[in-house]
Design a protein around this ligand. Structure first.
Ligand SMILES: [Zn+2]
Length: 69
């Protein structure tokens, strides 16, 4: 009789991914230009500060579009 427990776990199962980088690299000159990075790749291991940095474009993960599926 653990139906309730199973249902709760399933509804919480979400995959979070970070897609294109949206950091505006041309903000200082009043324009909009992104670096073209299309997927966040952690630069370091999980739990370290570099895990929040993109290995490809070196921007913080917050600049990447968060997608929850
Ligand atoms: Zn970037």
């Amino acid at each position: 009789m653990n139906h309730h427990k199973e249902r709760k776990i399933n509804s919480k199962e979400r995959v979070v991914s970070y897609e294109e980088c949206r950091k505006n690299h041309a903000a200082s000159i009043g324009k909009y230009a992104v670096d073209g990075c299309c997927e966040f790749m952690p630069a370091g291991e999980e739990g370290t500060a570099s895990a929040l940095r993109c290995a490809a474009c070196n921007c913080h993960r917050n600049f990447h579009k968060k997608v929850v599926r």
